[in-house]
Design a protein around this ligand. Structure first.
Ligand SMILES: [Zn+2]
Ligand SMILES: [Zn+2]
Length: 350
């Protein structure tokens, strides 16, 4: 099937219209028209080859909401017309211990990314959601529950699950004390989701200027990390801190904020971090951890949770041809809090 999208041809070229093929339906495949696609920092990093695995040309996009247009003969869970979603992965080995547990993101053979990865059967490069159509095997398709606004749901597929999964993994319940560092695409979802679980949520920020926004999103408290006195008062006050900062940074100020057995989990920066002292880790039996997206079962659970609790990302809708400008704004953190591409705009652009 011929389809159109926006691709980067190299690390130096802006995204531009691109025509390519989606594979013919395999027996267990679902084909969909893409309605909306969120814009994630990973899209930008991949398009610009900030990480070493980009395969050009690349069509980014892994926060995908669409509608089923065809299904293979073995598909049992979806039918034409269903509202569906696809996140950061489109395949995995399906037989290792992690896949059998529903933790496909941790597949022992490596999961297959939605873009810039190799199809497990043909070896062709996978292409993401900045396009009109998508074909994905049934096991990696999510159901968008009734009542979830399709236009706003897309960022749940990466920003949502990336913050939901650690909240569940580290057992956040009503009354848990949760800190969130960074108030961007990931951070604003961490606040909404933790708040939806009944946690006491504190946003940590270098400056006080985001306090009103943080409280609007559902935060109960705000802590200015440059305020040494306030940071001392907050010592040992958190069960879990979700660190969404997407660049190299210093953890030393945050580690003493964890209570005994508390965990700081990194979900933003992929790569080197500044040096930090082990003293607060040993002294308080504190932990530093990381967490990648979540499994398919948990992603569906997150979508259902968001529908039940009426949690949706804050989005700014853009046209496909505004994507390069959106990347520039994203680099300046000039977005509240996630860009979503209205794929209906693609017919005019490409
Ligand atoms: Zn992402
Ligand atoms: Zn596996």
């Amino acid at each position: 099937m011929r389809t159109t999208g926006y691709a980067a041809q190299s690390a130096e070229t802006p995204l531009a219209p691109f025509t390519f093929e989606r594979r013919d339906l395999r027996p267990n495949d679902v084909a969909m028209d893409i309605l909306y696609c969120g814009v994630c920092h990973s899209d930008l990093h991949t398009a610009r080859s900030d990480w070493p695995w980009t395969i050009y040309p690349v069509v980014p996009g892994h926060e995908i909401v669409g509608r089923v247009t065809a299904v293979g003969p073995e598909v049992t869970r979806y039918k034409v017309g269903d509202a569906v979603a696809v996140g950061c992965m489109v395949d995995s080995c399906q037989h290792c211990d992690q896949c059998r547990k529903g933790e496909e993101q941790l597949c022992r053979e490596g999961n297959t990314g939605t873009y810039s990865a190799r199809d497990r059967i043909t070896g062709e490069a996978t292409q993401g959601g900045y396009s009109r159509h998508l074909v994905v095997r049934e096991e990696f398709v999510l159901r968008v529950p009734d009542g979830l606004d399709l236009a706003r749901a897309a960022p749940l597929l990466c920003a949502g699950i990336t913050t939901y999964s650690p909240l569940r993994t580290w057992g956040v319940v009503a009354g848990s004390r949760v800190g969130v560092i960074g108030l961007g695409g990931l951070g604003h979802m961490a606040v909404k989701l933790a708040s939806g679980m009944g946690a006491h949520v504190t946003v940590l920020s270098r400056t006080p200027d985001k306090e009103a926004d943080a409280r609007d999103l559902g935060a109960d408290a705000f802590l200015v990390s440059a305020d040494a006195e306030a940071m001392t008062r907050a010592a040992s006050g958190f069960d879990l801190i979700i660190d969404t900062v997407p660049v190299r940074h210093d953890l030393n100020p945050y580690l003493p904020l964890l209570d005994v057995d508390g965990t700081l989990v990194l979900v933003g920066q992929v790569g080197p971090m500044d040096e930090f002292s082990s003293l607060p880790l040993l002294g308080g039996r504190r932990r530093v951890a990381g967490s990648p997206i979540g499994g398919i079962r948990e992603t569906q659970e997150m979508l259902d949770f968001c529908a039940e609790t009426n949690i949706l990302p804050e989005v700014e809708m853009i046209r496909m041809d505004q994507i390069n400008e959106a990347y520039e704004r994203m680099e300046r953190s000039d977005v509240r809090y996630r860009f979503v591409i209205d794929m209906a705009s693609l017919s005019d652009a490409a």
